[in-house]
Design a protein around this ligand. Structure first.
Ligand SMILES: Nc1nc2c(ncn2[C@@H]2O[C@H](COP(=O)(O)OP(=O)(O)OP(=O)(O)O)[C@@H](O)[C@H]2O)c(=O)[nH]1
Ligand SMILES: [Mg+2]
Length: 237
């Protein structure tokens, strides 16, 4: 469990033997936090469904290329679909500024000490952003491969971005995230010639924790493989 926000745990948490009273108390706190979050998430989901808005929750470690991919997506989809973005970071509005520059409305949420977005924050931001009917809502979560896995925001699905500079072992080391995601985007493939990253091994690791996971390889910088991402998203729409 994350001792900062009380979140985490989940499917892969293992307790050896009987739990101490303190461990039981922490589990109860976690259950209460997640139950409250789930209620907000269901409200968000109903609101989005009533407006036929597709919401995707992009999760990853810091710097894997979420904002770069979002900016590229906005450029690609321009004129065909209206897109708005909710940005989550502990501090700064750098990413929301980048998204506005790319041509989409964006709201920045600063979580301060918090390590993830929750459904209440996203619900409040949605009301301010007021995305139009039949539009696309892209949510960039706080860069963190642990806590955002546990928090439903009301999205259609989570998309885990993993860049090849992070190492192929991450799906096994952070299984909750790759188990929770419907798609793994393997980003920065333009850098593969300079690395000893084994793509097949990474995909095998991801499928060990989530046999259903769809893998899309791309470079948000060069645009290689981007069509696969756009095709998947249009299919979801
Ligand atoms: N070579 C290469 N660099 C990339 C690619 N995608 C992103 N980058 C670079 O990676 C760095 C981080 O990219 P961001 O898009 O800011 O990553 P992020 O996941 O949004 O980062 P946080 O919001 O801080 O978690 C930047 O210097 C990008 O230019 C890619 O496909 N190839
Ligand atoms: Mg970012």
């Amino acid at each position: 469990m994350c001792t900062v926000c009380g979140c985490g745990g989940g499917k892969y948490e293992k307790f050896g033997g009987s739990r101490s009273r303190e461990a039981n108390r922490l589990v109860k706190v976690e259950q209460d936090i997640l139950a409250k979050n789930d209620a907000h998430a269901e409200r968000n989901r109903a609101w989005l469904k009533a407006r036929n808005i597709l919401a995707l929750n992009l999760v990853s470690s810091p710097g894997s290329g979420k904002t770069t991919l979002l900016a590229k997506t906005i450029e690609e989809i321009r004129g065909r679909k209206s897109v708005s973005v909710i940005e989550g970071d502990q501090q700064t509005s750098f990413d929301a500024d980048r998204i506005r520059q790319a041509g989409a409305p964006a709201i920045q949420i600063n979580t301060g000490k918090g390590c993830h977005l929750d459904a209440k924050m996203v619900g409040d931001a949605m009301m301010k952003l007021d995305p139009g009917e039949n539009s696309l809502l892209l949510i960039e979560n706080v860069g963190n491969l642990v806590c955002p896995a546990s928090f439903d925001l009301g999205e259609a699905c989570k998309v885990a971005i993993l860049s090849v500079t992070e190492g192929e072992d991450k799906p096994m080391k952070y299984p909750d995230m790759f188990h929770a995601a419907k798609v793994m985007v393997l980003n920065k493939i333009d850098l593969l010639p300079h690395l000893d990253f084994e793509v097949e091994k990474c995909i095998d690791y991801a499928r060990r924790v989530n046999p259903e996971i769809l893998v899309i390889q791309l470079s948000a910088r060069t645009g290689e493989g981007l069509q696969g991402w756009m095709d998947w998203m249009e299919g979801m729409i």
